[in-house]
Write a protein that binds this ligand. Sequence first.
Ligand SMILES: *Cc1c(COP(=O)(O)O)cnc(C)c1O
Length: 330
Amino acid sequence: MIKIPEKINIANLPTRIEKLEKLSEKLGGPNIYIKRDDQTGMETSGNKVRKLEFSVKEAIDRGCDTLITCGGIQSNHCRATAAIAAKLSLKSCLVLKGSSDEEVDGNLFLDKLLGAEIHFITPEEYKNRRMEIMKEIKSSMEEKGFKPYIIPEGASNGIGGFGYYKTMEEIIDQEKELGVHFDGIVVATGSGGTYSGLLLASKILNHSGRIYGVNVCDDEEYFKSKIHEILNESINYLNIDLSFSKDEIHIMDGYVGKGYALSRKEELEFISDFAKMEGIVVDPVYTGKAMYGLTEEIKKGSFSECKNLLFIHTGGIFGIFPGKKLFENL
Ligand SMILES: *Cc1c(COP(=O)(O)O)cnc(C)c1O
């Protein structure tokens, strides 16, 4: 058994796997299952807590007392970081892309309620120099006597990726319990760490299912490079000789639509129909786009060789509230 880094335990695990009977039947393709990683917690719901269990363990082991991280104004990752920091009596500093004029709703509201210190930066600053900005904050906090630890966007780096390495182990155990083998696993991809962890584990643990990432921003090329980088960083934590080629990374591009956190009518309609059909709410930024993309691909026949598909519901429920007006005129 290969030895991966240690973690703290915060998430409610394992998360359930349920079959989407009605959607599977409607599409007439593979059996579609859903893994409820939206139920890893409440304040810490979604995929980010799994990655943060590893990142925060590293921070604590290094004697740090402050978590600095960044994300969009409705970042699920930032909200989960703020919740974990509060629970563990750490300080949290969030660098958010947006301005203080925006409505305080959804995750932003929770960030404040959870006691995070918030720094707003412009989209240009976010794109070009978010890491520098976090480093500046780190230095100024060090001058005040704090010991900050920087978690990159989405905790998508070598250490955070182990959250989804562990998830793959969990899925393999659940396959045995359920008596199903997933020949495809589909996940929304926004910063790449979730995908990277799943792929790393599937290779090391010899799982034959193909992992598909539906990108919700940027494009296939970008994510192949980004995920490749994260994989190499994770491998550096392990004492093994392993490498990946970019061809092993499967991105289903074509569903970014209007861009990150922007919704098209067909995506909103999908979210609304799916909620009524299965009693499960997917979010407009990540899981709604990914699920919509998956159903479109099934309709096109892309999964005709596939018997059982697993979609990982990575959370994001709070992100639906600030956009509630969009659903009014469907
Ligand atoms: C962050 C996020 C993702 C994407 O995960 P990455 O590891 O960043 O690729 C998917 N779904 C939700 C709800 C998220 O918050």
